[in-house]
Design a protein around this ligand. Structure first.
Ligand SMILES: NC(=O)c1ccc[n+]([C@@H]2O[C@H](COP(=O)([O-])OP(=O)(O)OC[C@H]3O[C@@H](n4cnc5c(N)ncnc54)[C@H](OP(=O)(O)O)[C@@H]3O)[C@@H](O)[C@H]2O)c1
Length: 351
């Protein structure tokens, strides 16, 4: 019997998750919540641009909560903790890329209570956070003794991120450096990345006194830069780095960072991706050292990324592939430290 799955929101992650659910041998799509009025009442196939699937999207939360389902993939642009609690209380497990990767007991308490009440499970996953910033460093650390340092880092061309309003008004690209430094991004990102840093510190057994210090850096345009959000004029923000470091005393033991650049030309400081290009990196220092470069999660061109971004697909698939393990888990908030190894599934033609 296939597990019955509901997709909550059909943005980049949601649409890729639906495609993944349809290809997964153990899963069946039974419902879909949409935010936009225009999609309300549409067959989900129409939303994907494929044949009809016989599942109709609805913007009624009540309708979705009343459905019989094993799991919800929760991926709205703006998450709502009360909404997640309602879904969990309605008897459905939740997998999501929006948070709860490794919440503190205090932060997780309301949702842990909802899980306990209904016997359901919540799992936060993704790529960044939810993959290269904690799961993958920890996975590779298992091949070393005496670990002194782990790192997970993204190097991406932010021109491929198809959310112009977010890039301009929340990330503050194209704005003044001082506005970007005072903007909401560090706070928004820290919600997830501090959890990643803490998971690395805790799981590796670094000192309980370890301290997490966030840091932000900006690069400005030195000449007009053409971007999907318009031309970025000289002196305005065209590159940003967000860094979270775990310190034992003054020694950095965990380093998590995102490097987002509007291309590689006309930046001051002259940041580039170097000869390796866009990538994700995972590093462990111990005996032996490990250094991993992940390619394939960034699109080959800006245009391709604006249509379907492989990093977004990877995020969605980490959610989808976790469903059978999350449904089988005991009730509560379950992280990678609680769940067994999560694997993908063979292409249907090869199964
Ligand atoms: N952990 C990770 O690695 C990772 C990676 C990527 C994204 N994420 C997170 O995953 C979530 C989904 O990402 P995405 O790229 O799919 O986002 P997106 O394309 O920007 O939007 C997702 C969908 O949210 C719905 N929506 C729009 N306005 C909303 C509002 N005011 N309140 C609630 N929902 C609204 C819309 O659904 P309909 O189109 O169905 O109406 C929209 O298509 C985001 O919260 C993002 O931060 C995490």
């Amino acid at each position: 019997m296939a597990l019955r799955v509901i997709q909550w929101a059909t943005g980049g992650v949601g649409r890729a998750a639906i495609e993944g659910i349809l290809l997964h041998p153990d899963l069946e799509l039974v419902g879909c919540w949409v935010h936009s009025d225009a999609k309300n009442g549409m067959d989900v196939g129409e939303i994907l641009g494929t044949d009809h699937l016989g599942v109709v999207a609805t913007s009624s939360k009540e309708e979705i909560l009343a459905l019989d389902a094993d799991c919800v993939v929760y991926s709205p642009m703006i998450p709502d903790r009360n909404e997640v609690a309602e879904i969990l209380r309605s008897g459905k497990n939740v997998v999501t890329p929006v948070g709860w990767f490794y919440p503190t007991e205090r932060d997780g308490a309301p949702l842990a209570a909802a899980c306990a009440e209904a016997g359901t499970t919540l799992h936060g996953t993704g790529i960044n956070p939810g993959g290269i910033t904690e799961l993958h460093p920890l996975m590779f650390s298992a091949l070393s003794s005496a670990v002194t340092y782990v790192r997970g880092e993204e190097f991406s061309d932010i021109r491929t991120y198809n959310a112009p309003d977010v890039v301009r008004h929340i990330m503050m690209f194209g704005g003044k450096p001082e506005d970007a430094m005072d903007g909401p991004m560090m706070g928004l990102l820290s919600g997830g990345f501090v959890q990643s840093t803490r998971m690395c510190l805790d799981a590796l057994g670094f000192s309980k006194d370890a301290e997490i210090r966030p840091r932000q850096e900006v690069a400005v345009a030195t000449a007009p830069i053409e971007t999907p959000i318009g031309v970025i004029e000289p002196g305005l923000v065209a590159g940003q780095r967000f860094i979270w470091e775990g310190f034992v005393g003054e020694q950095v033991v965990v380093h998590i960072a995102v490097n987002w650049l509007m291309g590689e030309e006309n930046l001051e400081p002259a940041w580039t991706f170097g000869p390796e290009g866009e990538r994700f990196e995972v590093e462990v220092k111990g005996d032996p050292n490990t250094f991993v470069t992940i390619k394939g999660w960034q699109p080959d061109t800006v245009e391709e990324g604006l249509v379907r971004n492989p990093g977004v697909v990877a995020t969605a698939m980490h959610c989808v592939n976790s469903i059978p393990y999350v449904v089988a888990a005991d009730p509560g908030i379950k992280t990678y430290l609680d769940l067994p190894l999560i694997a993908g599934r063979a292409h249907p033609d090869l199964a």
